[in-house]
Design a protein around this ligand. Structure first.
Ligand SMILES: Nc1nc2c(ncn2[C@@H]2O[C@H](COP(=O)(O)OP(=O)(O)OP(=O)(O)O)[C@@H](O)[C@H]2O)c(=O)[nH]1
Ligand SMILES: *[C@@H]1O[C@H](CO)[C@@H](O)[C@H](O)[C@H]1NC(C)=O
Ligand SMILES: *[C@@H]1O[C@H](CO)[C@@H](O)[C@H](O)[C@H]1NC(C)=O
Ligand SMILES: *[C@@H]1O[C@H](CO)[C@@H](O)[C@H](O)[C@H]1NC(C)=O
Length: 428
């Protein structure tokens, strides 16, 4: 941007070429560095995810792109623009929740300590609303695994489905664009893609496009799942201070839980975390009891309420705990049913006041519950729920013993023993 304005046309060629100063690893090209310092133009990657996807899968897609933009930003001034949160399917309350910024849920400074990212609103404040130069709708190849093995490939071609972007009379494409009616795109293409994040990085850095949007970003695979960099990206996803404070207050007032006593004191800066297995957790058990669509989606794995109560009773007695915190999307009467089946224990959940709900929305309430669960002495999740997975990761980062973390409820037919979650241990 600056480059265009200040140096104008005569220097344009320099500007354009700066990003193509290719430097071999371990070799420093000073000319290149000088040029790019003067002329580097910021470049922006926007993205969106398949609309029905839930909050916690979207977090996973973010990580794939954060690792990628971090890589791209080593060579050029790339930024990832975070897609405002639309009203998700699971956000059922009536509060208005459209175009929510990431800063409501996450600590942007922590994210930025891993990779150059910004909220869309910040982008608009700094650069105005304009046309995004190119939209790529990612799509799967019809025969992704045709040869029976993984092969990275990509090609621009025919769209598998009718694109949700429409060519208007002014020659621009209109579309959803996170609910920003004033955003458009100049070009659109479907990109069949089968590969990991750095394959997309290479594709993007080889083009000269300055503002590009990748739709259906979930098609991109993790560059590397579960390695050190993956966990750095994951650790950088600290929740916003506001949400953490709400959880701190609830733990203190209702659960007699505090970081000192629970041995979960963490450095302010995630980069200073060292790993280890010394966390104890507060004197309560947490269960994430995923209901609603999981009841009919996974009938074999999701237990009936009497069975949940029975399983909790078993663990409480074994752990010698008297308090259960329940994180759940269940209607209140299902919570009460558990409460009365366990009337000899203290069974609690987090209830946001009207004002709090207006402030932090359904997404914030869900996160406060996740934080509370991640601090429990013992955690039991729901089979294959990404909501539960994110709690498990948080506990791994805080240094709980895996036995206290990788547990899930068992379906009714299983007589209390069933397949337990894979142990994805944190790497520091
Ligand atoms: N407050 C609260 N909300 C929950 C809870 N469990 C699920 N939800 C809501 O339902 C959504 C579930 O979607 P995901 O986060 O993607 O997790 P998932 O359990 O794998 O669900 P699917 O995406 O539908 O497979 C969450 O993001 C929440 O909005 C819970 O324990 N408490
Ligand atoms: C663009 O649209 C969004 C929502 O549709 C609105 O909040 C914003 O103020 C608009 N910006 C400009 C500069 O018109
Ligand atoms: C709260 O926890 C502390 C130990 O961390 C304990 O000494 C105290 O008795 C507990 N208070 C209640 C009310 O359970
Ligand atoms: C269920 O488990 C209990 C204890 O683990 C065992 O005694 C009982 O036989 C099991 N029942 C069935 C039907 O497998």
């Amino acid at each position: 941007m600056l480059c265009y304005v200040v140096l104008l046309v005569s220097f344009l060629s320099v500007c354009e070429s700066s990003e193509f100063c290719s430097v071999n690893p371990g070799e420093v090209n000073n000319d290149c560095l000088e040029t790019s310092k003067i002329t580097a133009r910021p470049r922006f990657l926007f993205y969106d995810v398949n609309p029905p996807e839930g909050f916690n899968l979207r977090r996973d897609v973010y990580m794939r792109l954060a690792v990628m933009i971090r890589k791209l930003s080593e060579k050029a001034d790339w930024h990832l623009v975070l897609p405002p949160w639309p009203k998700l399917y699971h956000w059922r309350s009536r509060v208005s929740q459209e175009r929510l910024p990431w800063s409501l849920f996450f600590d942007l400074e922590s994210l930025q300590a891993f990779a150059p990212v910004m909220d869309l609103q910040q982008y608009i404040t700094e650069y105005g609303v304009s046309s995004i130069e190119q939209v790529y709708i990612l799509q799967h190849f019809k025969d992704d695994w045709a040869a029976g093995r993984f092969e990275e490939k990509q090609s621009i071609g025919i769209c598998n489905e009718t694109p949700p972007y429409v060519l208007e009379e002014d020659g621009r494409f209109s579309g959803y664009f996170w609910g920003f009616k004033n955003l458009t795109a100049s070009n659109m293409a479907c990109l069949s893609f089968h590969g990991r994040a750095f394959q997309l990085a290479k594709f993007l850095s080889e083009s000269q496009i300055r503002t590009v949007m990748v739709d259906h970003a979930e098609v991109v695979l993790h560059e590397s799942y579960g390695d050190k960099e993956y966990w750095q990206a994951r650790r950088s996803m600290r929740f916003s201070k506001k949400l953490v404070e709400k959880a701190v207050k609830f733990r203190q007032q209702v659960l007699n839980s505090s970081d000192e006593a629970d041995k979960t004191v963490r450095p302010e800066d995630w980069r200073k975390e060292k790993g280890g297995r010394t966390a104890l957790g507060g004197p309560y058990l947490c269960v994430h009891m995923r209901r609603r669509d999981f009841l009919w989606g996974r009938p074999k794995e999701v237990p009936s309420l009497p069975s949940v109560a029975q399983q909790l009773r078993y663990h409480l007695s074994k752990l010698q705990l008297n308090v259960v915190f329940i994180a759940t999307d269940a209607p209140d009467k299902e919570f009460q049913e558990i409460q009365s089946a366990l009337s000899d224990y203290t069974v609690v959940k987090y209830i946001a006041s009207e004002d709090e709900l207006l402030e932090i929305k359904d997404g914030g309430v869900a996160i406060v519950e996740q934080i509370i669960c991640s601090h429990a002495r013992f955690f039991i999740g729901t089979y294959e729920s990404t909501f539960s997975f994110r709690i498990q990761e948080e506990r791994e980062i805080m240094g709980f013993k895996p036995d206290t973390t990788f547990n899930s409820l068992c379906g009714d037919g299983s007589n209390g023993s069933c397949k337990q979650p894979s142990r994805w241990l944190a790497v520091f």
